[in-house]
Design a protein around this ligand. Structure first.
Ligand code: ATP
Ligand code: MG
Ligand code: MG
Length: 536
């Protein structure tokens, strides 16, 4: 704008990190391996990558694996794959579990200083006390007692398992995140990396400040939906530094969590969809996961543009999918090949009285304006097939254009007893001008070479735009989020590769989900939203 001030919602290119020094900035992306990466994670890691590059610093990848009940190797492997798809390469990869020995040692030192205490207050009661600002009866235990119980916890004894360790901060602070947060819990579930070596695990709140500082992170990017957590991070780090004075300080830089309309993003909720079979897997095209979105036909450049356009706005956003699909369409349209499909459930044969009696095969560009897309064959014949939806709107005597062929007069429309159109008769008009016709129709010669395709149209999994407090997402599941239509397509489609994006003319953009294998198995293509229509 005129005064040189950029709106908060501007691109990320003018944002600065406080205290950033070129060449010295270290950022990190800390996913918990409890699910595949989703579009919100994509925002977090792209911002971290952006700052690392902008300040010629480093980007660390750290798997935040502190809860064995939720974490799996499968998730680690897929997160690595997702990062690769997004073009994100970390300078260094680590696991919070690499630091378990130091974290336990740190805890022991902090107990000795009186910073931590063991508590066996039942969960419900602890919650109540936290809400009301009441100290736990265990808060003033002696160091010896705390050390003894911590040891029991590490051994996973019955007594140990009843306890957790809490950080003694401030039970009366207005910021409830400072009311003695839990910092260690017992868990006997084997850990995906450390197996049964440990029976007690640090919480993210305790591990993160230490590991960030220890690994030399200068700027920890965090989502600001729980603003109170920033103070908690700094309070905990301050106590940790009293025990280990060499630990450097860490700057926190907040950004807004990305939410998408009609979408759940929490991994717990996504896991529910997988577990209940409401989606095929974490890569289901209806999922907001990186792999789901790519299977739906989103391109990585469109995803990056979308994220970077939002930049570093601090407003929590509930973004529309239309916006991202519109960006995607702009990138896809100029480069994707054109093919033809006719809905086979109810197609209509057209007899062309002056058309070629034998198939005439021509070679044409797969995209008229883009020779880089290569060539395809096109067959003309005196018997063609068109969509029922198109046949329905034709009237006798009307002149129409058959795309990439020419004009034609509709001479007859045959109808059965039920009033359904069973066939058309047309006469090609080679001298006709396509500019004079209202309808431009897609068609396929009625030949064996056509191939069966299944067109899959996906919709939102959630019926409500924004899930509000008090809503149960399980009650808001869209039960008609997948619709399939059988069609025939030009035989060239047998050559389409997995993940190739094409346009079926007048039907929209599609991505190949299952390429051609054999005649008895249709090619599967997913409809790619274009930001304007649902496609069906
Ligand atoms: P869960 O859904 O299980 O609560 P999480 O959101 O905590 O998971 P993590 O794997 O811990 O997921 O997140 C890794 C990083 O990605 C964190 O820095 C987190 O702030 C960020 N992140 C997660 N979700 C979003 C989102 N919707 N928008 C922006 N950043 C996000
Ligand atoms: Mg987390
Ligand atoms: Mg979370």
């Amino acid at each position: 704008s005129a005064d040189g001030k950029k709106a908060d919602t501007g691109g990320s290119f003018e944002i600065k990190l406080t205290g950033a020094v070129k060449g010295k900035v270290v950022t990190r992306f800390p996913p918990e391996p409890s699910g595949y990466l989703h579009i919100g994670h994509a925002k977090a890691c792209l911002l971290n990558q952006y700052f690392a590059q902008h300040y010629e610093g480093k980007l660390l990848l750290r798997f935040d694996d502190t809860n064995p009940s939720k974490e799996k190797d499968e998730f680690v492997e897929n997160i690595l794959q997702d990062l690769k798809s997004l073009g994100i390469e970390a300078d260094q990869t680590s696991y919070t579990s690499d630091h378990f020995p130091q974290l336990l040692d740190l805890a022991e030192k902090m107990i000795k200083k009186g910073f931590l205490y063991a508590d066996d207050t039942p969960v419900e009661k602890m919650r109540e006390e936290r809400m009301e600002g009441i100290n736990s009866v265990r808060r003033d235990r002696s160091v010896e007692e705390n050390l003894k119980i911590f040891k029991e916890m590490q051994d996973g004894t019955e007594e140990g398992q009843k306890h957790c360790i809490r950080v003694k901060l401030d039970m009366q602070n207005l910021n409830k995140a400072l009311r003695d947060p839990v910092c260690f819990r017992c868990n006997l579930t084997p850990h995906h990396r450390t197996g049964t070596t440990y029976k007690v695990y640090p919480t993210y709140d305790f591990a993160c400040p230490f590991v960030d500082s220890f690994e030399g992170v200068t700027h920890a990017l965090r989502t600001n939906e729980y603003k109170d957590r920033e103070d908690q991070f700094q309070w905990i780090l301050k106590l940790q530094r009293e025990v280990l004075p060499k630990l450097p300080k860490v700057n926190i830089w907040e950004f807004s969590r990305l939410n998408m309309v009609n979408t759940v993003m929490s991994k717990r909720k996504l896991q529910w969809f997988v577990d209940t079979g409401k989606v095929s897997s974490w890569t289901d095209p209806r999922f907001p996961t990186v792999q789901g979105l790519l299977r739906r036909g989103l391109t990585v450049p469109a995803l990056r543009d979308f994220i970077l356009q939002q930049g570093a706005s601090k407003n929590t956003t509930n973004q529309s999918w239309d916006k991202i699909w519109t960006l995607n369409k702009k990138l896809v349209d100029p480069v994707c090949a054109r093919h033809t499909a006719v809905i086979s459930e109810k197609m209509v044969p057209v007899e062309l009285v002056n058309g070629p009696a034998e198939p005439q095969v021509e070679t044409v560009l797969r995209h008229k304006k883009n020779p880089a897309t290569g060539k395809k064959s096109m067959t003309k014949l005196n018997r063609i097939l068109i969509d029922y939806a198109d046949a329905k709107v034709l009237s006798k005597g009307e002149e129409v254009t058959f795309m990439s062929w020419g004009n034609c007069f509709i001479e007859d429309i045959k109808v059965n007893g039920a009033g359904e159109i069973t066939g058309l008769v047309g006469k090609l008009n080679p001298g006709g001008d396509f500019k004079t016709t209202k309808l431009k129709l897609t068609w396929l010669a009625d030949i064996q070479d056509n191939v069966n395709v299944r067109l899959v149209y996906y919709d939102h999994l959630i019926t409500k735009k924004k899930i509000e407090e008090g809503d149960n997402f399980e009650d808001l599941v869209n039960t008609k989020s997948k619709v399939e239509t059988m069609a025939i397509a030009d035989g060239n489609c047998r050559n389409l590769q997995k993940s190739e994006i094409i346009q079926f003319e007048r039907k929209g953009y599609f991505i190949v989900d299952e390429p051609y294998m054999k005649e008895s198995k249709p090619i599967v293509l997913n409809y790619i939203p274009d930001g304007r229509t649902k496609g069906k």
